[in-house]
Design a protein around this ligand. Structure first.
Ligand SMILES: Nc1ncnc2c1ncn2[C@@H]1O[C@H](COP(=O)(O)OP(=O)(O)O)[C@@H](O)[C@H]1O
Ligand SMILES: [Mg+2]
Length: 295
């Protein structure tokens, strides 16, 4: 598998604080990877390491398949914390200034502005922009130089619903053109609609990486069946349907399937398994994250 971002046991310490604790993350080309974690979880610290804004104490980073990070980083655009720009200049003037670092024809600059919905802000100065417009200008700056990967730190933090939708639409449009995204958020809702995968961080640790597809499977309705002998029940279910998906823990079975529960009960009954309880349950997406986000 070719990853656009891959880290191995990455560590960043600030004094005694382990802001990034042995993080091994994997972002595939084309992903919209949501880095989810509470405030202080270490999202910004991790992004800064990827971008070379700080150096790791331990661990390795591979970007765009290379360990030669300076070259790869030229293909990465980023927006970390609040974008810094020239308050007394227009969107176009701002972008032209930032384009000095990555020479870009004016036509392309204008097309980037149109893409982020700032194509007709005319003479309006950036200092007078709404928060949403400022974020979009930040994304426009990140887009200079045709990046393959955009790293956006809480790009929708503090935006109202229409502002959130605008940013989402921009992300989806760019992703359709092949741009990979790493986006952080402390709110699942903001990313839930677009992310293709998630990395959940709590207290510096990458607790889990999961694709949106795997997550959907997990959150699908399941049957919880409490039995007297889980091993016996598991064997009976395997014998009945080889590819039946279920977990067994303690005296509980969780069956992830549309299968009729009465059929399952019958199979277990015939195998001599005693059933104490059968209940349909669905894992709530929100619960899934809350459980993993920690304190
Ligand atoms: N420059 C720094 N100096 C000292 N501590 C820092 C610094 N940057 C971050 N931290 C600490 O590292 C932890 C993770 O912070 P951060 O990466 O900003 O989290 P997040 O972006 O998820 O809110 C926090 O406890 C924070 O106080
Ligand atoms: Mg942060």
């Amino acid at each position: 598998m070719e990853y656009i971002i891959e880290t191995h046991a990455l560590v960043k310490r600030y004094g005694d604080k382990q802001a990034v604790n042995r993080v091994s993350m994997h972002v595939k080309k084309g992903d919209i990877y949501g880095l989810i974690g509470k405030n202080g979880a270490g999202k910004t610290s991790l992004m800064k390491l990827l971008l070379g804004l700080t150096s790791p104490n331990e661990g390795q980073i591979t970007l765009l398949g290379r360990r030669e990070l300076d070259r790869s980083r030229r293909k990465i655009g980023s927006l970390i914390e609040t974008p810094a720009f020239y308050k007394n200049e227009t969107a176009l003037e701002n972008l032209k200034r930032f384009a000095l670092l990555t020479p870009t024809p004016e036509e392309e600059i204008r097309s980037i502005l149109r893409l982020v919905g700032l194509g007709d802000t005319g003479r309006k100065k950036a200092g007078a922009f709404s928060l949403g417009m400022k974020q979009r200008l930040g994304i426009a700056i990140a887009l200079l130089g045709n990046p393959e990967l955009l790293i956006l730190d809480e790009p929708i933090n503090g935006l109202d619903p229409s502002g959130i939708k605008e940013i989402r639409d921009i992300i989806l449009e760019l992703n359709g053109k092949g741009v990979t995204f790493l986006i952080s958020s402390h709110l699942l809702d903001e990313l839930g609609k677009i992310a293709t995968g998630y990395g959940i961080v709590a207290d510096g640790v990458l607790v889990e990486e999961i694709t949106a597809k795997e997550l959907a499977e997990k959150c699908r309705t399941s049957w919880k069946i409490v039995v007297d002998n889980t091993a016996k029940a598991a064997a009976a279910l395997r014998a009945w349907q080889e590819d039946l998906k279920f977990d067994a823990a303690g005296n509980e079975l969780h069956i992830f399937s549309e299968t009729d529960s009465s059929e399952v009960n019958l199979v277990l009954f015939r195998a001599g398994v005693r059933i104490y309880e059968t209940r349909s349950e669905s894992i709530d997406l929100e619960d899934f994250f809350i459980e993993r986000l920690g304190r």
